[in-house]
Design a protein around this ligand. Structure first.
Ligand code: UDP
Ligand code: MN
Length: 331
């Protein structure tokens, strides 16, 4: 028995059979074209946070995801259950994705997003056709992964994985490094030796993916797309100070450094403040700003806006007089 339970080896055939039997399930547009089914998946621990405001931040990141998904008709599944006692914390996404794949043969892509990541461009959409020949899409860079063997050459806080046999096999190959106890400790040492810039802390899913891509390159690399033309994952430290500049100069829908798609609070631990790599007050302040930056894009459709990014209060959104004037001149 594998880490993730009984092995399934004919999943592609099973999905084809399912699709044949369910031609009228919601997988088509009104015009009869096949719709690519995407499900956003996220989750957080089953217990309350240690930090008093941790659950409030988790609620805000969840509201932000719900908003994005309803705007773009994407299904969302949020998990708070411990599905596999041997794979905990950041590893829990693996058994979760495995379970969801087998229960949703109609879903083509699963999109994992960490609880500590916000959508900051509510208009941008995944260029899903671009990934037709791939089974996994991760934010990262070819050189950093394959040449520099850097453990931060990609980020597993927001990635796409296709519902297919290849992905089930990848999850089976990936999972053993995350089994709590000896295996995870040994994995941590292995990654520290093998990967650039990584210390010998317990095995993490990100290092494990980098390790697999390099050490079993012929198996996994060809179908894994490293995306860097927009922020499928965006490191918060390089983005949050520029929100005002972005609002002045640009507009939602760009997804890149002009208006980042996702802002991920890597190393901030709003739930367990003490393990973080950044001071909690800096994290809290910037998470609030990222939330409000995104929330403005939602509220403005209802005629409201946060007067600045640091306040939860709102006011009626009156289009700036100068802008109106300019429009009139042009008209
Ligand atoms: N997570 C989960 N269940 C848990 C603990 C964590 O689903 O019991 C998820 C949660 O979405 C979290 C992710 O695992 O965002 C990865 O952990 P974290 O964001 O703390 O890691 P970092 O991005 O800081 O490296
Ligand atoms: Mn994270």
């Amino acid at each position: 028995v594998h880490t993730l339970g009984e092995r399934v080896s004919d999943w592609d055939d099973q999905r084809v059979a399912y699709a044949a039997k369910n031609v009228n399930s919601g997988s088509r547009h009104f015009d009869g074209k096949r719709r690519v089914n995407v499900m956003l998946v996220s989750g957080s621990q089953p217990m309350p946070c240690d930090k008093p405001k941790g659950d409030f931040f988790i609620l805000k990141t969840l509201k932000n995801k719900v908003d994005y998904c309803s705007l773009h008709s994407i299904d969302i599944f949020y998990n708070m259950a411990q599905l596999n006692t041997r794979m905990q914390k950041f590893w829990s996404k693996l058994p979760l994705l495995h379970t969801l794949m087998l229960s949703h043969p109609d879903v083509e892509w699963f999109w994992w997003m960490d609880s500590d990541a916000f959508f900051t461009d509510m208009k941008f959409e995944l260029p899903i056709e671009k990934y037709a020949n791939y089974n996994m899409v991760v934010h990262g860079w070819y050189k950093d992964v394959y040449e520099d063997k850097n453990w931060v050459g990609l980020n597993t806080g927001s990635f796409l994985i296709r519902n297919c046999q290849w992905s089930l096999d990848l999850l089976d190959a990936w999972a053993p490094y995350g089994q709590s106890g000896k295996a995870q400790v040994a994995a941590g040492r292995l990654f520290a030796n093998y990967l650039h810039g990584r210390l010998a802390f317990e095995g993490d899913d990100q290092s494990a993916l980098v390790y697999l891509l390099i050490s079993q390159r012929q198996k996994w690399a060809e179908k894994t797309f490293l995306e860097s033309t927009y922020f499928l994952h965006g490191y918060w430290v390089i983005l949050v100070d520029d929100f005002e500049k972005m609002m002045e100069r640009y507009h939602p829908g760009l997804g890149d450094e002009r208006w980042p798609f996702v802002t991920h609070f890597v190393g901030c631990k709003p739930c367990h403040g003490n393990y973080g790599s950044y001071p909690m007050d800096r994290c809290a302040k910037q998470m609030e700003r990222a939330f409000n930056f995104a929330d403005n894009q939602v509220l403005q459709t209802y005629g409201y806006v946060h007067p600045n990014l640091s306040t939860h209060s709102v006011e009626v959104d009156t289009p700036k007089a100068t802008n109106v004037g300019r429009e009139k001149v042009r008209g």
